[in-house]
Design a protein around this ligand. Structure first.
Ligand code: TYM
Length: 332
């Protein structure tokens, strides 16, 4: 059976981008395939995380998974650091991947900017740990947002080089699963930038834990142009902020952006923005309420993660053992 793997970094709170680009798809996939969803805490520390904040964010991502409908009896839910095979296979892949491959990773370049020399070595090697996350389970499907596409392609290159170098047919070629209107949710203040957990201003993003008033205020203040909504979706081609709001509406209501434009053709922002805010609140409020309830009982979240880690290890450990054997490590 095809196996699905994906993960979210606990580096700050979950955003609407994480929800629409990732979590909502995780939930939709559950049940039809074997699904493994990770809270990738080892990835989070590639940039500085205060230890208490990291613990809290790890539990918050887990609570976001559960409150959105991921069910530990149908999906394996765990945090990465509890399954040491991730770090071990990550090391082997550091020895398979080439420096030139890492130098082409656009996300590192964007994050590091002119300060590449000051970044952690972990941030640079990050995509090879991500390859280990996926290939440790022989996963073939990886639901992600657009920004992770290049990392999944690198994962394919690492798998192919490993198989080639060791003359085996061991690691499969995983496919990124990137579809729907919200594969790249944009920043509410600048439609050319991605909505992210770490943007400077909180007004740029909708957090999954924002209350109804905050969501309404953020959409109200979202940057747009003065034109009303066009008659057709093509009319949004040169209007990134406007298109982003239409795409968000479409993703939240499970219709196509073209249908949203048809419904609101000619409407002004004074009409569309409150409708979008109401829609977002109706979808997010039940989730954030459940997240808050769960965060009051961290021991229960930790129990779910520990149990998921046991199940993850049962799949990962034999694959790591076989990898060590292929590579020529004595023992085990
Ligand atoms: P991360 O934590 O940055 O984001 C988690 C997921 O949310 C998606 N996403 C978005 N989708 C649409 N619009 C946005 N504005 C937006 N922002 C974030 C991301 O594409 C991602 O799917 N490297 C990964 C975590 C990771 C991983 C893996 C993913 C580690 N190992 C193995 C898949 C498989 C990351 O930093 O995602």
């Amino acid at each position: 059976t095809p196996r699905v793997f994906s993960g979210i970094k606990p580096s700050g709170g979950l955003t609407l981008g994480n929800y629409l680009g990732a979590i909502k798809k995780f939930v939709a996939t559950q049940g039809s395939m074997e699904t493994i969803y990770c809270v990738v805490d080892l990835h989070a520390i590639t940039v500085w995380q205060d230890p208490d904040d990291l613990r809290n964010a790890t539990r918050e991502v887990a609570a976001g998974y559960l409150a959105s409908g991921l069910d530990p009896s149908q999906s394996i839910l765990f945090n990465q650091s509890q399954v040491s095979a991730h770090a071990e296979l990550g090391w082997i892949f550091n020895c398979v991947a080439r420096v030139g491959w890492m130098n082409r990773m656009t996300q590192f370049k964007e994050k590091a900017g002119k300060n590449a020399e000051k970044q952690s070595l972990g941030l640079y090697a990050y995509p090879s740990l991500m390859a280990a996350d996926i290939l440790l389970y022989h996963a073939t499907q990886v639901p992600v947002g657009e920004d992770q596409k290049q990392h999944v392609e690198l994962t394919r290159d690492i798998a192919a080089k490993f198989n080639h170098d060791y003359k085996v047919d061991f690691f499969p070629q995983p496919d990124p699963v990137i579809d729907g209107p919200a594969t790249r949710v944009m920043n509410l203040r600048d439609g050319t930038k991605k909505m992210s957990k770490s943007g400077q201003s909180d007004m740029e993003r909708i957090n999954m834990t924002d209350d109804a008033d905050t969501i309404a205020k953020k959409f109200k203040k979202a940057r747009t142009d003065p034109e009303p909504l066009p008659e057709t979706y093509d009319g949004l081609a040169e209007r990134p902020e406007a298109r982003n709001l239409v795409d968000i509406y479409a993703a939240l209501s499970d219709v196509t952006p073209a249908e949203v434009v048809t419904e609101y053709a000619g409407a002004g922002w004074g009409q569309f923005k409150p409708a979008l805010a109401d829609l977002a609140v109706s979808k997010l409020a039940p989730i954030s309420e459940e997240m808050a309830r769960m965060m009051d009982d961290p021991a229960e979240i930790d129990r779910v993660l520990a149990e998921g880690a046991d199940r993850a290890r049962a799949i990962a450990d034999p694959i790591l053992a076989k990898t060590y054997e292929i590579v020529g490590m004595v023992g085990r």
